[in-house]
Write a protein that binds this ligand. Sequence first.
Ligand SMILES: [Zn+2]
Length: 413
Amino acid sequence: MPCFTKKTNNTQQALTKHKMDYEMESLKEQISHYYTEYRYQIEDVSNKIHSNPELSEEETFACDTQCQLLEQWQFKVERNYKGLDTAFNATFGEGHPNVCIMSEYDALPEIGHGCGHNLITGVALGTGIVLKKLLTENSIPGRVTIMGTPAEEKRGCKIDLIKAGALEDVDLVMMAHPSDDRTSQSTVTSGLMQYLVNFEGRTSHAAVAPEKGLNALDAVRLLFNGVDAWRQQLPESCRIHGIILDGGKSPNIIPDTSQADFYLRSFDMDYLLAMKKRFRNIAKGAALMTDTRVNFEEVANSYKPGKPNDVLNKAFIELAKEFGMNPEWTEPFRGSSDFGDVTYEVPAMHAYFNITDQYKDAVIHSKDFAQCAASPFAYRQMGKTSRILAQIGHTYFTKSEFRNSVKRSFPFV
Ligand SMILES: [Zn+2]
C-alpha cells in the first residue's frame, strides 16, 4: 500500500511541523512575557547609565547599578572581576552549557553615550534575565552568565579578561551593539595595532647654528611621506592613519624630539603582522635619513580581526526578520573592537540593531546618536534584540544539533 504509507508520512510530517510551529510560538510568547515582566527595570538601568556617562575604566556607577540589579535577580555576582575595578561576572545555574552575554557601558569624552553602550547593557540584562527564567521554569540544565566588560572605547578590557582566563569556562558569547545603519549580523571587523613612534635628535638654534642640530620633526615628516607612498600599494582591506603628538616647541629651536601616533588595521591577522614589520622599517628609514634615533611603543591592547560565526548570524537574521527589524547582511566593518579577540576564543556573535530610525544624519559617535540612544524607538529595538538573543540562547541550551553546528562553524578549534 505505497500510496497509503505516503499519505501517512505526509500527515506525520505536517503534524510534526505543526507541533514545532506551536512550540516555537509558545516559546516566543514565554520570552515576551518574561521580558515584559522585567522591562521597566531593564530600561531604568539603561536610562540611568545614559544620564550618567562615565569614561573607560571609570564606569563605577554603571558597574554598581548592574551588579545591584543582578544580585536582586539572584545571580551570583563577582565584582572587580579578574582584578579589573569596573568589570563584573554574574552567573545563574550550574554546569554546561554556559551561555555568556557581554555588557559594555563606557561613554565617550564630551559626547556621552554617543556609541549607545547603555543599550548594550540593556540587551545583556534583558537576555540574561529571560534566559534565567527559561532555565528555571523549564528545568533546563546549564548556566547563564552576564559579563561586564569595561573600556571598549579605550583599552579593550575584554583582552585583559581573556588573558586572565575569563572565557575558559564559557561555551558561547553573544552581544548586540546599537547602530546608525541597518540591523545586521556580526560582521568581520578590522584587527588593530597602535604604535607611538618616538624620534630623538639634537636641539640647536634654528638660525644661528642649524648645522649642529638633528631635526626630529623632519624624521616624523619623512615617516608620514613613507607611509603615504606605501598606502598606494596596500589592499583595500587595510587602513593606516596617524597624527603628530609632538612636533617641536618653537620654530627657532631645532626639535630634538618628535612623536607620532599611528593605527594599523587589516581584516587579516597575518597581513597585519606584515604591516607592522613594514611600518617599522619605514620609521627606521626616516631615522637613518635624519641621523636621529627611533623607538616604538606598542600601545595595549592590540585587537584581533573579528571572525563571525555563520550559524549564529543566520539565526539572528532570521529572527530579526520575524521581529520586523528589517535586517540586512552587511559588508565587513572597517572599525575595530575588542570583541574581535572574543571570536578567537569561543563561538561568538556581535550583532547590530538600528536605533536611528528616521534620523538618518545621526551618525555613531555623535551627540545626535547619543540622543537616539535613550529614545523610545531605541528601547523597543533593545527589547526585540534581547528577545532574539534569548531565543538563540534557548535553542543553544536545548537543541544539540544547533549546538554542534555552532561549534563546527567556529574556525579556531
Ligand atoms: Zn561601541
